[in-house]
Design a protein. Structure first.
Length: 209
């Protein structure tokens, strides 16, 4: 039995359409299936390598360390590359990664890793107890400063007035003397005595004449 040419043509067209459809489906699904959320954690750094994501949607990434945000939620497209410095620590840190793919939860990722302590890291200081932080209640006596001491300046006493001694000579300015009354009295007595003598002589002369 001979198959008409038109049937061969129809079969060829259908086969070609099927191949094209399958190829398109593979190409469309390729980028979506290629999500690669790679990340590394060392003692002092977190490295993010998020590649082959769907650039036609909004993707998000978040990183926290012991519950504290190290990378707040950040949006990205096809790829995301970033390095984050970890805080200094003397105990291992828990690093938590969350990647939300905009084209489906099946491509999202949540993972936890430990950041070890770097070699040579200084030991943590012990937390002081309340008794160590309580200030001392012992009162202190402040010593007076040199400016608080009373002044030691002694005023010079005025010299006492000099008292003249009894043997000192009479003051030349006044001309007075302690012997003046005596001399005056003697002079009066001499005058009186002389007057008496002269009166007696005259009386005798009168009597003789």
């Amino acid at each position: 039995m001979t198959i008409p040419r038109r049937l061969w043509r129809a079969a060829g067209t259908l086969a070609a359409a099927t191949v094209v459809g399958l190829s398109g489906a593979v190409l469309t699904a390729g980028p979506a299936a290629a999500h690669t959320p790679t990340w590394d954690v060392t003692c002092d750094e977190v490295s993010l390598h998020l590649t082959q994501y769907n650039a036609d949607v909004t993707n998000e990434v978040t990183v926290t360390v012991d519950g504290n945000p190290l990378l707040p939620t950040e949006k990205f497209g096809r790829n995301f590359e970033k390095k984050l410095a970890l805080p200094e620590h003397d105990q291992p840190l828990t690093v938590y990664l969350v990647v939300k793919a905009g084209d489906g939860d099946q491509y999202s990722k949540e993972e936890t890793k430990q950041a070890p302590v770097c070699e040579g890291a200084p030991p943590s200081k012990p937390t002081p107890t309340p008794s160590e932080t309580k200030p001392s209640q012992t009162p202190t006596t402040a010593s007076p400063s040199p400016s608080d001491k009373p002044s030691q300046t002694v005023s010079a006493a005025a010299p006492a007035a000099a008292t003249p001694s009894p043997s000192s000579p009479d003051l030349a300015e006044t001309g007075s003397s302690s012997a003046t009354p005596i001399i005056g009295g003697a002079a009066v007595a001499v005058l009186l005595a002389g007057g008496g003598i002269m009166w007696s002589v005259r009386k005798r002369r009168t009597a003789q004449h």
